[in-house]
Design a protein around this ligand. Structure first.
Ligand SMILES: C[S@@+](CC[C@H](N)C(=O)[O-])C[C@H]1O[C@@H](n2cnc3c(N)ncnc32)[C@H](O)[C@@H]1O
Length: 216
């Protein structure tokens, strides 16, 4: 007898359950309030918990983030990284950088743990040192995600992780009829990373998709 496929409502409730797996610290809850106020979409609770685990698993010491936002993903990464780790985080909105600074302060992190850079990702990434980073997270404009991913691969040390948030583009990537530019960009990034001999990839279902690529 053919095994029954799980129904979508069941799958959705499993996903929603998994998103709530980790209890968030007060600084993250406060950052989510700030995000509502200034109109930023922060990493989901499931993504934040996963970022903490990935940073811990790689014993990350030097991390880069494109898209500081209100600091949810940055704080999550630093919670898993080594105690002396430094996060370099880039955002072109000065008020977002300021919001993230408040998040890190609420969390009791010394200012030296986060190098927050106000600027355009494409320019700042180009100035960072090749092979010097353990984790590169991209959580910014989809239009340029291919360029950021290429820079990310350049920045990683062997076995370092490139992580793309919202890789399913608000859950539109699996729906073939959706032909939005951002959706097409994410489809083509997934394919090009799958075919890229420099990395090994996995698509995780947390949030609206986390594409993880380990540098060989
Ligand atoms: C989805 S939000 C990031 C949320 C953040 N990771 C968090 O969890 O709080 C995307 C951020 O990317 C920034 N951004 C978009 N395009 C950018 C670019 N080209 N260079 C730098 N920052 C950019 C936006 O200002 C916004 O703060």
């Amino acid at each position: 007898m053919k095994a029954q496929q799980p129904q979508h409502p069941v799958k959705h409730s499993s996903w929603a359950y998994a998103e709530q797996h980790a209890e968030e610290e007060p600084a993250l809850a406060q950052a989510r309030v700030r995000a509502e106020e200034i109109g930023v979409r922060p990493a989901s609770p499931g993504v934040a918990a996963l970022l903490t685990v990935l940073a811990a698993a790689t014993q990350a010491h030097a991390l880069v983030e494109v898209g500081t936002g209100v600091g949810v993903s940055g704080l999550a990464l630093l919670r898993g990284a080594r105690a002396d780790a430094v996060l370099t985080s880039i955002d072109y909105e000065a008020d977002h950088i300021q919001a993230a600074r408040e998040t890190f302060k609420d969390a009791g992190l010394p200012a030296s743990r986060a190098r927050l850079i106000t600027g355009r990702a494409q320019q700042v990434l180009a100035r960072l040192t090749t092979g010097a980073y353990d984790v590169v997270l991209i959580d910014a404009d989809a239009a340029r995600v291919g360029d950021y991913a290429e820079q990310g691969i350049r920045l990683l040390r062997p076995a370092g992780l490139l992580i793309i948030n919202d890789a399913l583009d608000h859950d539109r990537v699996p729906r073939p009829a959706v032909r939005e530019d951002s959706t097409q960009v994410m489809r083509s990034l997934e394919k090009s990373l799958q075919e890229d001999g420099r990395v090994q990839t996995s698509m995780l279902g947390a949030g609206t998709g986390l594409l993880v690529a380990a540098r060989r």
